[in-house]
Each structure stands twice: as C-alpha cells, then as structure tokens.
Design a protein around this ligand. Sequence first.
Ligand code: FAD
Ligand code: PHB
Length: 394
Amino acid sequence: MRTQVAIIGSGPAGLLLGRLLELACVQSVILESRSRDYVLGRIRAGVLESGTVELLERAGVAKRLHEEALVHDSCGIAFAGGQLSIDLKGLTGKSVTVYGQTEVTHDLMNARAASGAPSVYEAEDVALHDFGGTSARVSYRHQGVAHEVACDFIAGCDGFHGVSRRSIPASALKIFERVYPFGWLGLLSDVPPPWHELIYANSDRGFALASLRSPTRVRCYVQCSLEDRVENWSDEQFWDEFRRRIGDEMAARVPNAPSIEKSIAPLRSFVAEPLRFGRLFLAGDAAHIVPPTGAKGLNLAASDVLYLYESLRSFYREKSERGLDEYSPRCLKRIWRAERFSWWMTSQLHRFPDDAFGRRMQETELEYLFESRAAQQSMAENYVGLPFEPMGGS
Ligand code: FAD
Ligand code: PHB
C-alpha cells in the first residue's frame, strides 16, 4: 500500500489530523493497535478550549458538539472554607466547552468512516522504517498477515506509550520530565451535577475536582496514592472522601450515586524535544504529557495537529518545506506554556508529602488568587487557552 501520510494512532490527535488532511485532499492511512471500541471506552479529558472547538468546526465535525456540549463562562477554586468563581468570560472574553474526549473521538471516527478514508484497527507490531531520508515505510500485522505502507511522512500520534517516539534514536531527543508523587482517582456517574461550574479544590486531605460531562453525568476526581488500586475504593468511600475535600459550599449537595467507571491515572509532566526526526513528526501525547489539572492535554494535542496539518498542506500545495522545518519550534512554544500552567495548577492544588514550606506557599498563592483580579486574569487567560502561533511567524 502507498499513501502520503501514515498516521500512527487513532486517538484525537491522529483522527483530527487525518480529517484535516482529507479536507485538503492529502491521503492518509491510520494504524491503531487497539480496537475501535477500546479506544472509545477510555474515559479521559472533558474541557475544550475555544481554539479546539474552532478547529473541530473547521474539520466539519462540530455539529453534535454544538447541540450537546455545555459552555462554561467560569470555573471555581475551593480553598480554606471559601469558594472563588473565576469569571473566565469577563476576564478574557472567552469560555470553555465541556464535551468529553470520548465524544470528540466518536465524531471524528464517524466522519472518517463516512468518507471511506482507510483506518486499520488492531494493527499489531507496528514498526517505523527509513524515516531519516526523503520517504518512509511502516510495517504491521493485521489478522496474522504482514503488511507494509510506503509513505512520504509518518505522523506519530500514538500517545505516551506508543512506538513512534521510541523509534527515534535516544541521542536525537532531549527529555524533560517531572513525575508527581500521587495520582487521580476518577469516577463517572449518571447523576445531574449539583455544580454549575467545574470546582478545583485544595483541601488538607488533598486535591479534588468536581467536573461533568452533560446535564445528567458527573465526572469527579480525588488525589490518591500511587499505590492505591481502584478495587480498594468503593463508590461510597469515594463520595465520602470527595465530600470532605470539595468545600463546605458543595459538600452537602454531593450525591452518593453509583459509578459507571472508575480509574486511576498517574500525574506526569514530560516533553521530548524536538518533535521531528527526518520524515517522522510527533504530535500530542507522543511528544508531551501534562498533568490533567489544567485540562490542557487534549487541547495541546489539537494545536500540534493544526500546526502539522498546515505544514503538510503547504508542502503538498506550495512544495515548501518551511512549515515542516518550523513545526517543532512552533509547537514547543505553546507546549512549554501549557506545561508551565499545568505544573503551576498541580503545584498549587495538591497535597505534597512532607513539604511544610510548600504548603505555606500554596496558602499564600491561593490567598493572592482570591484577592487579586490580576492573578485571576492570568489564570483565566491560560485556562481558556493561549492563542495559536501563526505559521511563518506572520
Ligand atoms: P492518545 O489519546 O493516547 O491516543 C494515542 C492512540 O495511539 C491510542 O488510541 C493508542 O491505542 C494508539 N497507540 C499506542 N501505541 C500504538 C502503536 N504502537 N501502534 C498503533 N497505535 C498505537 N487530559 C485532560 O485534559 N483531562 C483529563 O482528565 C485527562 N485524563 C487522562 C487520563 C489518562 C489515563 C490519560 C493517559 C490521559 C489523560 N488526559 C487527560 C490527557 C488526554 O486524554 C490526552 O492528552 C489526549 O488523549 C492526547 O491525545 P493523543 O491522540 O495524542 O493520544
Ligand atoms: C474532566 O472532566 O475529566 C476534567 C476536567 C478538567 C480537568 C481535568 C479533567 O482539569
């Protein structure tokens, strides 16, 4: 098989890239190691920046989003018995959109299926070859049969544990990493949310987040130990702990609703530089990870994809390699800003072991946030999403 761009991974990054390329008449094949149902069953992000929503509109996959998604003009911070509502809209003119990653993935998968563009699910032993030169190859096995795709470019959209980043010689990559000493236990439940905005809580017992997916579905998290196991948390224990952390204003209204999903995610900050090696381009979690506290992971994957799409379109339309050369530095500027914000949110809101000085810093920082409009504006500006970098710096 021959194609122009071989895309590894059918998460939001791979699917969105495939869709944008298709609209620009650039061919692609998506190779995904898991099944379609497995990919759709993963519960992950829930908050979209307005730039991400605009990109989904541009990709022609935002119809259901506009019918079903919830637009939030504020978000809350609970701390020391008080609750601050940050007026995102008033401070920045922008809102955020609550629409699950599962739904984004679903809409993109449906659009690809309707267009007939090729995707291979349950592709085994995906391996990248010869991408240091002027073309590349990807081999894989499907239902026991060996296949090979010859291509101009490979887009490594296969997440943090994927094969793409690992295929680049270690000496060509610089890795920056911070692993946090805790995780998030998340619970999904079909119950109407008693909160009208997301609430991020810093409590003496650790972090908690009240989020939602729809008018009838909540998503909540509590900071947990890395040794914790989902099986050790009954739904009742989760809600008891969540109530103790979320702040007095909300605690009495928290339901004891049964879970439909529970999972634990470790927290990590990670960046691999650069995002390009020859004909291989990394995008999304394959190149960087943020802790979920700032809701940036999915949004950052979307901006990488926009930049890669623009670079590839300019290559095919104008025979220009300039966009491809600029891809990595252009991405890294926005990546590091999102890394900074996610690290800051994580640092201010979680309980760190044996860190009395750090605790005082959190108290001081959050008091300042509660009192200063300037501090709230800075947080709001980052939370709603910083602007995309134009191509060619223009
Ligand atoms: P992914 O969504 O990881 O997609 C990569 C795809 O590549 C997957 O489908 C994978 O199966 C496939 N793949 C992997 N290896 C191979 C291979 N060898 N060959 C072919 N295919 C392969 N962000 C938030 O903002 N809020 C959250 O609450 C949140 N929770 C998260 C919880 C977890 C457990 C994780 C892992 C991430 C979470 N994130 C969250 C981050 C957000 O979901 C990611 O940033 C987003 O999924 C990135 O999209 P992606 O397409 O780059 O990667
Ligand atoms: C979620 O709804 O899953 C969610 C929302 C905001 C975050 C992280 C996760 O910062």
